[in-house]
Design a protein around this ligand. Structure first.
Ligand code: HEC
Ligand code: HEC
Ligand code: HEC
Length: 414
């Protein structure tokens, strides 16, 4: 640790020696600032999420990631020479983030979110590199590529890149204020929100025409985070959105699953100014066109069955009016998760339950009990159809087949 700090101090001195002579105390301050900035970049980019096991050493290599291509494991990125990136240069890291090129020139799969990180600024990459050099080197060999043939042939990735990926710099919009542009940078580059929230093309690339309009992550659905009022977050104020990203809870919603993890590792540790910038940008984007479906009539058979299941199994927590209780039981009335076209998250929460995000501000996440053992596919279909079409909500009905599909995906994932 000390050796590395000294080496960095020396490098910083060399870099500045040509212009002015600095006292070593001053250089140390500069280093410290750069390392802290790098730590913040790593947090906002959530590098630790994939590059660590839940109970393993941070950055020493990750758990298996299920992707449309098959299973991938994120490698060790500590400064260990044999098994990590101890032999790398800053330029090597820049190539990984900007161009998706890894160790030995290999093309990386876009499960590593370089399609977002490609927009990172040079200054942020330099700070991130400086910070990564200060990590404790951990010897941990990771077999990254566990994909079935033919996807294990990385040359195919060259083809993917030609078709789908262009290195791209972040382009601020000069007509917009600095806060908006900061938000755009955080969403598009560091925060890589689109990795989960943007639908993918057949080849697994972001469908940029439908940016942030919601995407299926196998056993979860990341709902639209557009300014659409029904399926998106257009009904939230900037403060409400910032509160959700900071604490995992707001007047409407509690974060679960991958979003709870994102908040715990990343956005809960971002500055209030950055969260406000994200909110400003997201809520200012033009929502996609789309007509709301007509809600099912209250005397539809599915609504009557679903209403009965709701009274028996859900009402105690979520209330007869679907309003729940702020910070404890999410409000189902007006919820984007409830009304999203793709009901995967909704169904899985009923089947499998979930525990909401625990953050410093809200240390105990309330839990929703699993109910899949008590309710059959038809009951679950009825109750989610009911909440999708009550209290001014409106969304297409869900079938027992839809529920069976999510049950199968959960059985595979668990
Ligand atoms: C969503 C999960 C995810 C996140 C977030 C993520 N990575 Fe990765 N990363 C991966 C995966 C998976 C691979 C391996 C891809 C492959 O084998 O093609 C990888 C590969 C890499 C490599 C190449 C290592 C090698 O040995 O070739 C580096 C370096 C790297 N990531 C650094 C980072 C940094 C720095 C961040 C944060 C800015 C980050 N990653 C965020 C999943 C992730
Ligand atoms: C690893 C995948 C992942 C990443 C990365 C991610 N999200 Fe999410 N997000 C989800 C999932 C899944 C949900 C649905 C679960 C829930 O509502 O608790 C969700 C829910 C949300 C919601 C709540 C929507 C609602 O209607 O209740 C907001 C707001 C949100 N995400 C914003 C963001 C922002 C902003 C970023 C980037 C800084 C981001 N997310 C990055 C997966 C992700
Ligand atoms: C014991 C209390 C309890 C019961 C019973 C319960 N829930 Fe929940 N529910 C919760 C809690 C707590 C959460 C937040 C958990 C999380 O975010 O991970 C939640 C989350 C949800 C969400 C996600 C909302 C959002 O904004 O992300 C939906 C939808 C939902 N419940 C529907 C139902 C339905 C339908 C039933 C009945 C079949 C039901 N719940 C029964 C406590 C309960």
């Amino acid at each position: 640790m000390t050796r590395i700090r000294l080496a960095i101090a020396a490098a910083a001195l060399l870099a500045t020696a040509s212009s002015t002579v600095h006292s070593s105390a001053r250089a140390d301050d500069q280093d410290f600032a750069l390392i802290e900035r790098g730590r913040y970049v790593a947090t906002a980019a959530d590098c630790v999420a994939c590059h660590s096991l839940p109970d393993g050493k941070p950055y020493a290599g990750g758990s298996a990631l299920q992707t449309p291509f098959g299973t991938l494991v994120a490698p060790n990125i500590t400064p260990d020479r044999e098994t990590g990136i101890g032999n790398w240069t800053e330029e090597d890291l820049r190539r990984t983030l900007r161009e998706g090129i890894g160790r030995g020139g290999k093309r990386l799969y876009p499960a590593m979110p370089y399609p977002a990180y490609t927009r990172m600024t040079d200054d942020d990459i330099r700070a991130l590199w400086t910070y990564l050099r200060t990590l404790e080197p951990v010897s941990n060999a990771v077999e990254a590529n566990q994909l079935p043939f033919p996807f294990n042939i990385r040359l195919l990735m060259a083809g993917w890149n030609l078709l789908n990926f262009e290195p791209e710099a972040f382009r601020p919009d000069p007509r917009k204020p600095a806060e908006w542009n900061r938000g755009a940078y955080l969403v598009q580059a560091l925060g890589h929100c689109g990795t989960c929230h943007t639908p993918k093309t057949m080849l697994g690339a972001d469908d940029t025409d439908r940016a942030l309009q919601g995407a299926n992550l196998q056993a979860w659905y990341a709902p639209p985070i557009t300014a659409d009022k029904r399926q998106g977050i257009g009904g939230w104020t900037a403060d409400q959105l910032a509160a959700y990203l900071k604490t995992g809870a707001n007047h409407q919603s509690l974060a679960s699953g991958p979003m709870a993890e994102e908040i715990r590792n990343s956005s809960s540790k971002m500055t209030d100014a950055d969260l406000k910038a994200i909110a400003t940008y997201l809520l200012d984007r033009t929502p996609p066109d789309g007509k709301a479906p007509t809600a099912l009539a209250a005397d539809d058979g599915r609504m009557r069955t679903g209403g009965a299941v709701y009274t028996d199994t859900c009402m105690a927590c979520h209330g007869g009016d679907g309003k729940g209780q702020t910070f404890l039981f999410p409000t189902l009335a007006g919820s984007g998760v409830v009304q999203a076209d793709d009901p995967t998250t909704l169904i899985r929460l009923v089947l499998d339950g979930s525990r909401a995000a625990a953050t410093n501000d809200r240390p105990t996440g309330p839990a929703m009990p699993p109910l899949g053992w008590r309710l059959n596919d038809a009951d679950v279909a009825a109750v989610v159809t009911y909440i999708r079409n009550s209290w001014s909500n409106a969304a297409p009905p869900v079938s027992a087949d839809d529920v069976a599909k999510v049950r199968r995906a959960l059985a595979q994932a668990n």
